[in-house]
Design a protein around this ligand. Structure first.
Ligand SMILES: Nc1ncnc2c1ncn2[C@@H]1O[C@H](COP(=O)(O)OP(=O)(O)OP(=O)(O)O)[C@@H](O)[C@H]1O
Ligand SMILES: [Mg+2]
Length: 474
């Protein structure tokens, strides 16, 4: 059953709603929305004040037009005061090319500041708006500007600043309230989306990882691969495939462990059987038949090595492969021994060419190198190669032994996992251990076994050895 987040939450998976990612993003969203509202608010409060003053100019012009009495006589002070109050002004002066109109309420008026709307600019407007908001009390200001109705008429109106400030404060309050509402709505939407898109799937992934860590072999805790195409979907798919690869590796490991135990037992009994065979074979040394006496050394040598191999395998099962015991010896006789031991194993008419120079000495564990060469030559024979040749050279502090054959080359399935135990074999009856053992043995020497070439004309493997054994490996 794939794990899709329905298990009880393992301890410590979910973080507190206040310290979780969504909560932090909630706070950040509120902050950022408020911040962007400030950037919007600053020019708009400047503009609000400008519009207010333009309205006052328009009202003043309208008031001045109202004073044009049909009789052309002067207006009564009461009517003038009423008109000025209606236009919320203390004094109005309108000047056009043809006439000048003046409405004066209070004669002695001290003007604190004059604002000419013809000079209004973006940043000064913002700055002055904030100055007005921060100021207490009332000031008398004169606003100068062209009338919106008749641009050739220049209007000057003297007004109180306090009413303008109250209206600006009211506008600011409305903006603030709106900002709070917008940021709360946005933050809630961001919170919900994050919960659904990110936090919950992440929680599912984390739960699966914790459950997997607790019991990697229990397939119930596999994370279900997602069809999502985004990063979360990818993370789920990667995790699912990692879990399944790991689980497979663990299963393989326990299979190998079980196999190891079985092999150890078989080895144990096989050693006993070989020991009895060795005892009996001792008699053939003194056989009256000279041909039997002639094969005695080869047979006894083979039995001896087989017993030794069994003993080493038993020791390996106990403590791993024995470290190589280095000696210096000539390579050519060893190669000839190996070929002699393999005897008739090769295909009919198979030819062996030893290109190893006379007196070419190597420093290695002789028995282990014998096993490596046996495996490689045997592989070539089993691949039905007609000619197998072995050469050796020394370069850059390394000895390279080359085992070349003219067989059909490595089959495609064998290539991918050639040196992995039980994986590289594509031969009927093959276990896929030969190359893996050979490589392990040579790596134990500080060297390696590698595939140098393979194609239709044959295969070349290289056994690499340090020319001089490292002191630690001795
Ligand atoms: N010289 C070669 N020419 C062609 N194929 C080869 C050669 N050497 C190895 N192979 C291929 O590589 C595979 C793996 O070889 P390896 O020696 O590891 O296992 P094996 O020979 O199948 O089994 P065993 O454990 O008995 O040696 C072989 O099955 C064979 O298909
Ligand atoms: Mg093999």
């Amino acid at each position: 059953m794939p794990y899709s987040g329905h298990m009880p939450t393992p301890k410590g998976v979910g973080s507190s709603p206040l310290t979780g990612l969504s909560a932090r993003l909630l706070v950040l969203t509120i902050f950022f929305v408020m911040l962007s509202e400030v950037f919007i608010y600053a020019p708009s409060i400047g503009r609000y004040r400008l519009v207010y003053m333009e309205e006052r100019i328009a009202a003043a012009h309208l008031a001045a037009l109202a004073t044009a009495s049909p009789e052309g006589g002067a207006m009564s002070p009461r009517l003038t005061a009423e008109i000025l109050e209606h236009a919320r002004s203390h004094r109005i002066v309108c000047r056009s090319t043809s006439e000048l109109k003046t409405l004066v309420g209070e004669a002695s008026l001290k003007i604190d500041e004059i604002y000419d709307l013809r000079e209004a600019a973006f940043f000064p407007l913002i700055w002055e708006a904030f100055l007005v908001l921060g100021r207490g009390g009332n000031r008398i200001i004169e606003v100068v500007g062209p009338s919106p109705r008749a641009p050739e008429t220049l209007v000057r109106t003297v007004i109180d600043e306090a009413p303008m400030r109250y209206e600006m404060l009211g506008y600011s309050e409305r903006i603030l309230f709106l900002s709070i509402v917008i940021s709360l709505i946005t933050a809630t939407l961001v919170y919900i989306s994050l919960q659904l898109l990110f936090v919950r799937p992440m929680l599912g992934i984390t739960e699966s990882m914790i459950a997997f860590r607790a019991d990697p072999e229990d397939a119930r805790y596999s994370v279900a691969p997602s069809s999502r195409t985004d990063e979360i979907g990818r993370a789920r798919r990667e995790l699912a495939s990692m879990q399944s690869a790991l689980r497979q590796a663990l299963r393989q490991r326990s299979r190998l462990a079980a196999l190891g135990t079985a092999v150890t037992k078989i080895n144990h009994d096989l050693r006993n059987i070989l020991a009895s065979a060795q005892l009996v074979s001792d008699h053939i040394r003194v056989s009256p038949d000279p041909r039997v006496r002639q094969i005695a050394p080869t047979l006894l040598g083979a039995l001896d090595r087989a017993i030794k191999l069994c003993s080493q395998t038993l020791a390996f099962a106990h403590d791993g492969e024995l470290p190589p015991s280095h000696t210096r010896f000539d390579l050519r006789p060893l190669v000839e021994e190996v070929v002699g031991d393999l005897g008739e194993t090769g295909p009919e008419g198979a030819r062996f060419v030893c290109r190893v120079p006379q007196d070419f000495a190597v420093e290695a564990d002789r028995d282990q190198l014998r096993r490596v060469l046996t495996n490689l030559i045997l592989n070539a024979y089993q691949a039905t190669a007609k000619t197998v040749s072995i050469g050796a050279s020394l370069a850059n502090g390394s000895v390279t032994i080359e085992i070349a054959d003219d067989g059909p080359g490595l089959p495609e399935p064998a290539r991918a996992r050639l040196f992995e135990p039980f994986s590289g074999s594509s031969r009927i009856g093959g276990t896929g251990l030969g190359l893996s053992i050979a490589r392990d043995l040579m790596r134990g020497h500080g060297g390696d076994v590698r595939l140098a070439a393979s194609g239709e004309t044959g295969t070349v493997f290289e056994v690499v050895l340090p020319a001089e054994a490292a002191p630690a490996a001795r």
